[in-house]
Design a protein around this ligand. Structure first.
Ligand code: ADP
Ligand code: 5GP
Length: 201
């Protein structure tokens, strides 16, 4: 059985992570999306259980205390975390799973899963990042300022990732993510069982 890939995507708010991941998941087959838990309020159009598990702070703390999260972090004033159960299930099945999480969470995952595929999404420029986050229109000005203030520090973390994708043209960025995952599937270290099977038969 081929070993699945744990794909971790991060980047500053407004870089286009969500847009890229949705387009990639539509195209790709056999890769599951890890739905995070968060204490932030749902945006218009977001669905509980599909985009996030929207929980209150008390429930989130219970998840931490119960060791139910692979990682968690406070990001832009809210808590976000990755439920461990689904990750364990997918890994046991040898399936791929995609996590879209912040840099603090990604570094926690990297410690536990150093063979994960860590991908950082960059905006073409900070000016374009501002345009995108404002253009999205999902946050008020204070929240936008908070997110933009964090962006330079987040971008400096990009060198701790294995891959960076500059999200200039959306289609190109999605193709790059597909190519990265495809190439990772071909790593010899993920295909040792196949190598052994051929040699032993
Ligand atoms: P993130 O998930 O990183 O916070 P989003 O995916 O929500 O970012 O994208 C932020 C905004 O930028 C959205 O309005 C989205 O439609 C837009 N966007 C994403 N990718 C591109 C792109 N390549 N070119 C122009 N606009 C983009
Ligand atoms: P947003 O509020 O824009 O959906 O997400 C804000 C930030 O939280 C983004 O950087 C996003 O990647 C991150 N995030 C989403 N889910 C998780 C998670 O489960 N864990 C961590 N650490 N960050 C997350």
């Amino acid at each position: 059985m081929r070993k699945g890939c744990l794909v971790v995507v991060s980047g500053p708010s407004g870089a286009g992570k969500g847009t890229i991941c949705s387009a990639f998941l539509e195209r790709a087959s056999g890769i599951a999306y890890s739905v995070s838990a968060t204490t932030r309020s749902p945006r218009r159009g977001e669905v509980d259980g599909r985009d996030y598990y929207f929980v209150d702070e008390e429930s989130f703390k219970k998840m931490i205390d119960g060791d139910e999260l692979l990682e968690w972090a406070e990001v832009y004033g809210n808590y976000y975390g990755t439920p461990l159960k689904k990750i364990q299930e997918k890994i046991a099945e040898g399936k791929d799973i995609l996590l879209e999480i912040d840099t603090q969470g990604a570094m926690q995952v990297k410690k536990r899963f150093p063979n994960g595929v860590f991908v950082f999404i960059l905006p073409p420029s900070l000016a374009e990042l501002q345009r995108r986050i404002r253009g999205r229109g999902t946050e008020g000005e204070r929240d936008i300022e908070k997110r933009l203030a964090a962006s330079e520090g987040e971008i400096k973390m990009a060198s701790d990732y294995r891959y960076v994708i500059v999200n200039d043209k959306l289609d190109d960025a999605v193709s790059s993510l597909s190519a990265i995952v495809e190439a990772e599937h071909c790593r010899a270290s993920r295909n040792q069982d196949i190598i052994n099977e051929i040699v032993n038969n």
